[in-house]
Design a protein around this ligand. Sequence first.
Ligand SMILES: [Fe+2]
Length: 256
Amino acid sequence: MGIADSTLSLAQSRLGVAAPFLIEQDWNAYTPEQHAVWAELVSRRMPQLREHACQEYLDGFEQIGLREDRLPDLKSVSARLLPRTGWQSTPVSGFLPPDAFFEMLAARMFPTTTWLRSRDSMEYTPEPDIFHDVFGHVPMHAHPVFGDFLEHYGKICAGLMADPVALERMGRLFWFTVEFGLIRQDGQIKVYGSGLISSHGECTRVLAGGCEIKDFDLDAVLDQKFDTGAMQPVLYAVESFDQIYEATKQAEGRLV
Ligand SMILES: [Fe+2]
């Protein structure tokens, strides 16, 4: 058994329903064209994000060693994340069923796709790719409070698998924080949700006032329906990451 095999089987041994979805990332198989697409995606996003992403995202980007010129090696990303927050960026074969997804969050293993969009779909992919997953999500996992929140969120949802109504409401909490969250910092609206971090078009529209921004309110978020395929008409801004962690605990008290 090689080093790569033992990493995979060690990760699998910690999981139940999610274990069959784990794969190795074959980093050496990425082509120069794919590295070039990654570089173009990153260089297109960074000028706006340096100005409008929350500081925790920008710090996390540096801390996990993301580079503009090449696709990330998930093992080295995880090697930098683990000592900070206990999180890992764990390669998976594709879209996970909810029970497997929540099991991995509860284990601080972020399910990470390894495929990259092609040049003809630079702006949008219906399913997440490595750009959305790593560039969009993983830098925030270097932040201790955000990391604690996300693990706790996974644990709560893993316990709600028999309650589809509660699970749908918790899905809205995820959507309006992890995927499309905004935060007020220094009197300005900053982005931290992966869908905004990784999408130039949607982020530009939100920053230009193209969607209503409400103060985060747990009840409103749990009731707010959303359409995954459309631009978002309303988003929510938190004051701090402690606020979403506290809101998640409150939601747990009501739903579980
Ligand atoms: Fe996402």
